[in-house]
Ligand binder design. Structure first.
Ligand SMILES: NC(=O)c1ccc[n+]([C@@H]2O[C@H](COP(=O)([O-])OP(=O)(O)OC[C@H]3O[C@@H](n4cnc5c(N)ncnc54)[C@H](OP(=O)(O)O)[C@@H]3O)[C@@H](O)[C@H]2O)c1
Length: 240
């Protein structure tokens, strides 16, 4: 049976979209769920729903260090880490500003690194852990206007594979989930004409829902997954 009873799970970028769907499902499956994000109002609202919430910009390493130290003091352990927080700053490559490229790398790649290196030691100590990184189909197929975003999302594939090799012997399973186009604030920014074009290329003829991604993440995070590690699993309605 799929259960997360007695597990402590940290989800970065859990204030909305895919991260929030994962947080809600994890809580329903019995986990103690910690959410991080930047929006203080949202975090306060979510605290009322029994999530432990922390304001934490993952691109700020001092803030990450402080918050994770605090979480570990309070909870004693983190069994599951979902590196979900991510941003886009789209532009055609020759028009892309330095800041747009740097900012996306700072959050999507460096942020994932900052969080993971602080959480891993506690997993190593207890010889148990599940890490799920949030890549994207765009990291595998590229996308016009997303050279920055695609670079970070394919970098997560190498990151995941390397850590899976290093920490398999410590019973820490590390996988990458690569969603296609999912209905969230992130994809709401896509212009209507482009949306139509994308839809035509998706065999299932619809965008995915955050809850569908959450179901896959829950399986990978649970003890039903005992032998999948270092993989990038697509959930894209057949797009790629
Ligand atoms: N939607 C898609 O189609 C799709 C497809 C493939 C992959 N993904 C990936 O899935 C993940 C979630 O995407 P989404 O569509 O749910 O996005 P979203 O609706 O835009 O939500 C992004 C989440 O990330 C948080 N976040 C952003 N920057 C952060 C930072 N510097 N520090 C901490 N938290 C930060 C936001 O929190 P605050 O607002 O509180 O800051 C929010 O909770 C991302 O990694 C994205 O790249 C999405």
């Amino acid at each position: 049976m799929l259960t997360l009873e007695n597990k402590v799970a940290l989800i970065t970028g859990g204030t909305r979209g895919i991260g929030l769907a994962i947080a809600k499902l994890f809580k329903n499956l019995g986990a103690k769920v910690i959410i991080t994000g930047r929006n203080e109002e949202r975090l306060k609202e979510l605290e009322k729903e029994n999530f432990l919430c922390y304001k934490c910009d993952i691109s700020n390493k001092e803030e990450v260090d402080r918050v994770i130290k605090d979480i570990l003091e309070k909870m004693n352990k983190i069994d599951i880490l979902v590196n979900n927080a991510g941003i886009t700053k789209d532009a055609l490559f020759l028009r892309m500003k330095d800041e747009d490229f740097e900012e996306v790398v700072k959050v999507n790649l460096l942020g994932t690194f900052y969080v993971t290196r602080r959480v891993l030691p506690s997993m190593v100590r207890q010889k148990y852990g599940r890490i799920i990184n949030m890549s994207s189909v765009v990291g595998l197929m590229g996308n016009i206007g997303q050279a920055n975003y695609a670079s970070t999302k394919s970098a997560l594939i190498g990151f995941t594979k390397s850590l899976a090799k290093e920490y398999g012997r410590k019973n820490i399973l590390i996988n990458n989930v690569a969603p296609g186009f999912i209905e969230t604030d992130m994809t709401a920014k896509i212009p209507e004409k482009l949306r139509e074009e994308i839809l035509n290329k998706i065999p299932l003829k619809r965008y995915g829902k955050p809850e569908e991604v959450a179901n896959l993440v829950a399986f990978l995070a649970s003890d039903l997954n005992t032998y999948i590690t270092g993989q990038t699993i697509l959930i894209d309605g057949g797009l790629y």
